[in-house]
Ligand binder design. Structure first.
Ligand code: PGA
Length: 256
């Protein structure tokens, strides 16, 4: 296992928080606090309406901007959705796809996650693909089967070349926004399982190069230990990303 061969990425997921003016301020603060911290990539995934101002505020800094969802069609009668080209032109470089809140509240399935991922990659966005088990699945001892199946279905038909623009975020659903964090060993175990599945699909060299984040109540107190694990290459951070000082501490923890 060679962590040196892959990029560590610390990404904030603001969810449905921050108006455009708040976003501009928070991006600037985050950029100031994380300036020169080149040991990881720093990304903030913001609501659609914040992308343009966030991208403007991030110009010339090490902060990159992402969206939180994308539609798979290029344009048309899909009320409430945004296409990949819209996100790119507004200034997004990344997009989160398949977040558990999308799966839970908005009917996202592995099939639509796969379609959105393909469309995003084809347009030139980098994808943060989220997957993970719910509490009942962990309690039933089927976490490995669930994340393996999600990995295979979500990546179906995606080329090895396109995989280079994919980050997988392992997010145990029971740990998201609950204050319950997976232990570093639990995070490591499942990230290694995902890497192993990717090795079977694309070969182990591609799997070794894949960034796999952990997400779920990661904060400035537990980040260092989680990130010290060989298969945990970063974090997708919800609540703690809303406070630039806290988020910056997680970026600090990723410099080691
Ligand atoms: P949390 O959210 O850090 O607030 O648990 C993580 C996520 O949903 O990506």
């Amino acid at each position: 296992m060679k962590k040196e061969v892959r990029k560590v990425v610390i990404a904030g997921n603001w969810k449905m928080n921050m108006t455009p003016s708040e976003a501009a301020k928070a991006v600037k603060e985050t950029a100031e606090l994380t300036a020169g911290k080149n040991g990881c990539d720093v990304v903030l995934c913001v609501p659609f309406v914040d992308i343009a101002v966030a991208a403007e505020a991030a110009k010339g800094t090490n902060v990159k901007i992402g969206a939180q969802n994308v539609h798979f069609e290029a344009k048309g009668a899909y009320t409430g959705e945004c296409s990949a080209s819209m996100l790119l032109e507004a200034g997004a470089e990344y997009v989160i796809i398949g977040h558990s809140e999308r799966r839970q509240y908005f009917g996202e399935t592995d099939e639509t996650v796969n379609k959105r991922t393909k469309a995003a990659l084809a347009a030139g966005l980098k994808v943060i693909l989220c997957l993970g088990e719910v509490l009942e699945e962990r309690q039933a001892g089927i976490t490995a089967e669930i994340v393996s199946m999600q990995t295979k279905l979500d990546l179906a038909g995606i080329s090895a070349e396109d995989l280079k623009n994919v980050i997988i975020a392992y997010e145990p659903v029971w740990a998201i926004g609950t204050g319950l964090t997976a232990t570093p060993d639990q995070a490591e175990e499942v990230c290694a399982i995902i890497r192993n599945v990717v090795c079977g699909l694309y070969g182990c060299e591609a799997a070794e190069a894949l960034t796999i984040q952990y997400g779920g109540s990661m904060n400035d107190g537990n980040a260092a230990e989680l990130l010290s694990k060989v298969n945990v290459d970063g974090g997708l951070i919800g609540g703690a990303s809303l406070v630039p000082a806290k988020f910056a501490k997680i970026v600090d923890a990723a410099q080691a």
